[in-house]
Design a protein around this ligand. Structure first.
Ligand code: NIG
Ligand code: FE
Length: 416
């Protein structure tokens, strides 16, 4: 049965080209006031001015839902590390006592300190924990999220993390997109020999993940003390040869060359970009790589430096925004907080920020053809907010204004 969501004060459709939005196109929200969205079979049948949508032939027999408020495409969170067994509270205490991310790593914290509990956790509780977290994302208006492995750092545990993502898909309506991030750090068994571990990933983990169709993307952390730009390009090219689409964690802690290394391998997105220089931005533009900015992690780390969104947008590189939800640098799943951080610390406009969190997030996951915008024929993934004006989503912070979330035409969260 068709559903008619109507009485929407402001609908941001982001109707436009089926392509990532760059430059001034990031500010084109496709705003419709007094709007409606008609959904049939999980797909958008019509969206636009209320009167016009109500005249659609399917509208007469549709179930009518009076929503009020603001409606957007559901958020597409293109970068999360949602599978982890335990929060890193010891790291947090060190951080509040003034330690930096590098100092915490040197003291035995950081990424590698997450692997013990992940290796011990069985697949079923891991999947159940992931599904519970997925509900928190849905409650905040996110309808699709990428999920990385990267806290197992061994053949069995990396595959287990990805299998947990597959199992969790049966337990939640949040659409989960898996990424192999075995190259997230060097596990203790390899005693700091990053190349030896990367050879192991390439020979053992990557082919198995591909064979079992466990991942869509391959990612690598390019940073001093992790993996070099040369290793990044070679590894991502091999992953691409085997059928995984490349992504890279780059220029997060320093300008190290990861963005250019990722672009050279055809990375779909280069993520973080805090320390990019002009040549890195040019490399993204030339390679068609999206810059995925994660300002909630800068906030959490207490950094004064945030990604230079204005320079990146000015150079015509499409910008996506994502949470980076993870136990070490960003324990936040709420994309509305990311909107706030992007506007207040990266000088993005509310229009750009919401575009980056929806349509460009979808393109950063290679899904822009079917989600991220409210256009006929696209997946009916919608988020409704208790607000009169869409800018309130970027203005208020620290809480969720999401009143209802719709995934493939089905109401999956509702504040009663
Ligand atoms: O995106 N930089 C690498 N990965 C994560 C941090 C993961 C962690 O500290 O557990 C990030 O910030
Ligand atoms: Fe990350």
């Amino acid at each position: 049965m068709a559903i008619l969501f109507t009485g929407i004060k402001q609908l941001l459709t982001f109707a436009g080209d089926k392509a990532p939005r760059a430059g001034s196109a990031m500010r084109e929200t496709g705003l419709v006031k007094n709007a409606a969205v008609l959904v049939e079979g999980g797909v958008i049948a019509a969206a636009g001015p209320r009167a016009a949508v109500h005249r659609h032939k399917l509208a007469k027999k549709a179930k009518v839902v009076e929503t009020g408020g603001v409606c957007l495409p559901g958020f597409v969170d293109s970068h999360t590390h949602m599978v982890f067994a335990e929060p890193r509270l010891k790291d947090f205490s060190m951080r509040t006592a003034g330690a930096s991310y590098a100092e915490i790593k040197a003291a035995g914290g950081g990424i590698v300190s997450s692997i013990g509990a992940v290796r011990k956790q069985a697949l079923k509780p891991m999947a159940a924990q992931l599904a519970r977290r997925a509900e928190l994302f849905l409650e905040c208006g996110t309808t699709t999220a990428e999920v990385k492995s990267g806290y197992g750092l061994s053949l069995d545990s990396e595959l287990k993390m990805l299998r947990a993502v597959r199992a969790a898909k049966k337990l939640t309506r949040l659409e989960l997109v898996p990424t192999l991030l075995a190259a997230h750090g060097v596990p203790p068994e390899f005693a700091g020999d990053a190349q030896k571990y990367l050879d192991h990933i390439t020979a053992e983990i990557l082919p198995r993940a591909v064979h079992e169709k466990l991942a869509v993307f391959a990612d690598i952390f390019c940073e001093k003390g992790y993996f070099t730009p040369e290793q990044t390009t070679a590894y991502l090219k091999e992953a691409a040869r085997l059928g995984l689409r490349p992504k890279v964690h780059s220029e997060q802690l320093s300008n190290y060359g990861g963005t250019r290394a990722g672009a050279a391998a055809g990375a779909v997105s280069a993520d973080h970009a805090d320390h990019v220089f002009a040549e890195d931005i040019a490399a993204m533009r030339d390679a068609g790589t999206i810059a995925a900015l994660l300002p909630a992690s800068n906030y959490y780390l207490g950094l004064s430096k945030f990604p230079p969104a204005r320079e990146i947008i000015a150079e015509g590189v499409p910008v996506a925004l994502a949470t980076d939800f993870n136990p070490g640098t960003c324990p936040c799943w709420n994309m509305q907080f990311v909107l706030s951080a992007a506007c207040t610390h990266c000088s993005m406009t509310p229009e750009e920020a919401i575009c980056a969190a929806t349509v460009n997030g979808a393109w950063a996951l290679g899904m822009g053809e079917r989600c991220g915008a409210v256009m006929p024929g696209m997946q009916a993934d919608l988020a409704f907010f208790a607000a009169d004006d869409y800018r309130e989503l970027c203005y208020y912070f620290g809480a969720s204004q999401c009143a209802m979330t719709v995934k493939k035409g089905r109401v999956v969260h509702e504040v009663k």
